[in-house]
Design a binder for this molecule. Structure first.
Ligand SMILES: Cc1cc2nc3c(=O)[nH]c(=O)nc-3n(C[C@H](O)[C@H](O)[C@H](O)COP(=O)(O)O)c2cc1C
Length: 202
């Protein structure tokens, strides 16, 4: 199985996908996605990342239930949405939004951070960035094979529940979950500010 599309085409056509067909992602594609994730740059060459690949139907249903709750917390506490809007969103989620044939949860092992004081923050940020780079590599590789995805940060709001469900050791910190699958509808890339507006050349 190979992906023939050019990198910039993959980058330019990607958009978050939140509703998925039920078809499973073939194992060869899952392997390529994970391989791409582990090819990301990694601070200090430490590869301090751990991926939980969830294919089991039972676990996926439980993850979906937690995602509904985590998004509701996000809507209330961070986005401060009015209750009627939250209710509409919950209905969409209960109807299948965010229910994916594949999830990949991404963790870092906090026990591997060794520095103290100011250096700790820098090291921690670098570990987060390494995990984020792995997540983006996975997203792009998936899209190259026509597998859509959405990066989910809301599990950070219910870390313990996700950790228990996924059987991950204490001391591992969740960086996010990727929901992946074939899109129910073709996603349209969102507009972005032009590079000139968000950069300067010196
Ligand atoms: C760190 C991070 C966390 C995110 N968390 C969520 C999330 O919890 N739920 C969600 O629906 N989308 C989430 N997203 C996806 C963004 O909403 C999405 O990337 C943004 O709206 C731009 O749309 P696009 O990806 O289609 O270009 C997250 C993206 C990032 C980078």
């Amino acid at each position: 199985m190979s992906c023939e599309r050019g990198l910039l085409d993959v980058i330019g056509t990607r958009a978050s996908v939140r509703t998925f067909k039920h078809d499973p992602v073939p194992d060869e594609v899952v392997d390529k996605i994970l391989w791409a994730a582990t090819r990301a740059p990694t601070a200090g060459g430490r590869e301090n990342w751990f991926f939980v690949v969830v294919k089991s139907e039972e676990l996926r249903r439980k993850i979906h239930e937690l995602l509904i709750e985590a998004h509701s917390i996000y809507a209330r506490e961070i986005a401060r949405m009015p209750p009627e809007r939250i209710e509409r969103w919950r209905k969409l989620m209960k109807g299948g939004m965010y229910l994916a044939p594949l999830y990949i949860a991404v963790y870092i092992d906090l026990s591997r951070l060794s520095s103290r004081n100011e250096a700790f923050t820098a090291e921690f940020v670098m570990e987060i960035q390494s995990a984020a780079a792995a997540m983006e590599n996975a997203i792009l590789a998936a899209w190259c094979f026509g597998v859509g995805s959405v990066w989910l940060g809301v599990p950070l709001l219910m870390e313990e529940s996700f950790r228990e469900l996924l059987g991950v050791p204490r001391g591992y910190k969740i960086m996010g979950i990727l929901a992946l699958g074939y899109p129910s509808e073709t996603p349209s890339p969102k507009r972005r500010k032009p590079p000139e507006e968000v950069s300067k050349v010196v």
